[in-house]
Structures are given as C-alpha cells and as structure tokens.
Design a protein around this ligand. Structure first.
Ligand SMILES: Nc1ncnc2c1ncn2[C@@H]1O[C@H](COP(=O)(O)OP(=O)(O)OP(=O)(O)O)[C@@H](O)[C@H]1O
Ligand SMILES: [Mg+2]
Length: 226
C-alpha cells in the first residue's frame, strides 16, 4: 500500500471582487498516493486551477489543511514553502512560460542551478531529461525557435529535471493538436511508470481520461471520484 504523498482536507477558497464573493472550493478533499496518475476534470470556471495552485503550494486555502509528504503546509513560512516547492513539486501550465532569452538547455538547467546544483551538473541533468522526453536535439535553440508541442515537452522537462515527487499540470495540452497531445500523454505515463513521479493533471478535456489511472470531477467546489 502506497503512502499518501498529498492530502487536501476540507479546502475552502473564495475570491472577492468589489461586486461579489465567489466560493470556488467549498470543502474539497483529495488523497493522493505516491505513484498515482490522476486527472481532474471540470468545466471552465469550476476551480481546477485554483485547486492545483493550492496542491502545488502556490496558494494557501482560507480554511482546511494541506499535507505534503505528511507535513502540514499551513504551518510553514514562505521560505520553507519555496524550499518544499523547489524540492518536491514540478508545475506545468497551459502556456510554457519558458524564458525567451535562454537556450532550451539553460531553461531546464536554471531551476536546478537556483536550487543549488553546480551549473555543469545542472546542464548535464537538463540534457538527460531532455533526452528522456525526446527533445535533446533542440538543446541549443531558443523557445521561439521550436514548435508548440516541443515547447510543452521542454516545459515538462524543466518541471521534472530535479526529480520532484509530484508533477502538477494545468491544462498542458490546451494549445496542442491531437498528435502532440498524445505525445504529452505518453510522456506523462512514462514519467509516472519509469521514474515513479506522481502525476496530477487538470483539464476540461474528457477525452484524456483514459490515459490516467484515477479520475475525479470537480463540481460545485468538491471532488467526486469518476
Ligand atoms: N484572482 C481571482 N480573482 C477573482 N476571481 C477569480 C480569480 N481567480 C479565479 N477566479 C474565479 O474563480 C473561479 C474558478 O477559477 P479557476 O481559474 O480556478 O477555474 P478553472 O476551472 O481553472 O477554469 P478554466 O478551465 O477556464 O481554466 C472562476 O469563476 C474565476 O472567474
Ligand atoms: Mg484553469
């Protein structure tokens, strides 16, 4: 039996504007076991990104508790949170957010260098990860010189080069065609099975459900299996 790597307990999150307060998450629960490959679906505006930001320690809930590797997140300082994020969580967004003035290799190596790796070792780790994802030949190019599918594979390489426990993806194939989408699905499966990285992806695309082992639906602020 795998241990829980991430637990969300009774998470509440709302946003207030000058006009109204909307309650996005209204008691969301989720237990993620090490090695899980999970897809969370839900319509636009249902709170998928909000939930993933909390799961990735990019945002804190108003109420409820988040446990990463058994440690309660809400008790941590900002510095401790950044440290936990850098060591244990990889994040991929719908847009790749690669740095335009750096090579592909340096885009992947930079977070490792910031985390304290020696630059030479970081660049080697970057190349290794790019090869695993089949895009090592692009190492010297800039992000604007590669295709959208390649950009997303590089963004995934950047997220996993430091061997995180948890890979979180927010609609990573939203801008990709069918073939590139399938390539990304294959990559997620490979990272999950070969490296044991726990994967959680959110998407409104129900066609992607078969590529995952567990499926949850986000509805009216709560998660439901299937
Ligand atoms: N910073 C914010 N301020 C105010 N409202 C927000 C903010 N961020 C999100 N919302 C609102 O919260 C709700 C949930 O947003 P969220 O981005 O989590 O949905 P989503 O499921 O990811 O949608 P999509 O599929 O379109 O990406 C939406 O109604 C959105 O308008
Ligand atoms: Mg979203």
């Amino acid at each position: 039996m795998s241990e829980p790597i991430l637990v969300l307990e009774n998470i509440h999150k709302s946003y207030s504007t000058s006009v109204e307060t909307i309650h996005v998450l209204t008691g969301t629960n989720l237990e993620v076991l090490r090695g899980d490959r999970i897809i969370i679906t839900g319509p636009s505006g249902s709170g998928k990104s909000t939930l993933l930001h909390i799961a990735g320690l990019l945002d804190l809930p108003e109420d409820g508790a988040t446990f990463l590797r058994g440690q309660k997140i809400e008790k941590k300082s900002d510095a401790e949170l950044s440290d936990l994020r850098a060591k244990h969580v990889g994040f991929v967004f719908q847009f790749h957010h690669l740095l335009p003035d750096f090579s592909i290799q340096d885009n992947v190596a930079l977070p490792l260098i910031i985390r304290g790796e020696h630059p030479r070792k970081a660049r080697m780790m970057a190349l290794e990860t790019l090869s695993r994802l089949g895009v090592e030949k692009l190492f010297y190019k800039r992000p604007s010189e590669i295709s959208g599918g390649e950009q997303q594979r590089v963004a995934i390489a950047r997220a996993v080069a430091g061997a995180p426990d948890l890979l979180l993806l927010d609609e990573p194939t939203g801008n990709l065609d069918r073939e590139n989408t399938l390539q990304v699905m294959e990559i997620l499966k490979k990272l999950n099975i070969e490296l044991g990285i726990t994967v959680i992806m959110v998407s409104h695309n129900l066609n992607l459900i078969p590529y995952f082992e567990k499926h949850y639906t986000l509805f009216e602020g709560k998660l439901y299996p299937g």
